[in-house]
Design a protein. Structure first.
Length: 174
């Protein structure tokens, strides 16, 4: 999000309405992904659904990066590309979130559930505190588009790591 805001507001000059539209599209797409999550997890298994999300993130954010990097003929086309990328990203996030939580809960004994959930929430929020300023600094240093490419590379490395892990070999029913 740290890079999305200046991209939409400053580089694409889409204004507050454009930013609101982008965030709304991301939220709606995430909801659609969540609605489809059970069907996808039943077909692929929860572990593969999670890996699919991580493999899809570089595609969605790559589309957003392309809006910053490509010489597109109009700002409207660039905003459209951002919206399309956020749609891909949102659906992927929505698909994976229920499976990620279910896998964690299945792997955690009942007596440890609250500790596991508290730890995951804390780590998640701590990553935001670390990643947001680093993303902003990187965007200032090399530009928003190249910084988004770096984000895509990070997502791709995560997907490769997950695909090579024992998680990829497990097929868990939904």
């Amino acid at each position: 999000m740290t890079l999305l805001v200046p991209l939409v507001l400053l580089e694409l000059d889409a204004g507050p309405a454009g930013l609101g539209l982008a965030l709304g599209v991301l939220g709606a797409a995430t909801l659609v992904g969540t609605v489809l999550a059970g069907v996808v997890a039943a077909r692929l298994g929860m572990a593969r659904t999670v890996i699919l999300e991580h493999a899809t993130m570089p595609i969605g954010w790559g589309m957003v990066a392309a809006a910053a990097l490509l010489p597109l003929p109009s700002a409207s086309l660039a905003v459209g590309l951002v919206l399309a990328g956020l749609t891909v990203t949102g659906v992927a996030m929505g698909l994976a979130n229920p499976s990620e939580m279910a896998l964690r809960q299945r792997a955690t004994p009942d007596r440890m559930q609250s500790r596991m959930n508290a730890t995951m929430r804390t780590v998640n929020r701590a990553m935001i505190v670390v990643a947001a300023p680093l993303g902003g600094l990187l965007g200032d240093a090399i530009g928003i588009g190249p910084a988004l490419v770096a984000v895509c590379a990070g997502f791709a490395m995560t997907a490769i790591g997950m695909a090579a892990s024992p998680l990829a070999r497990g097929r868990t029913a939904a």
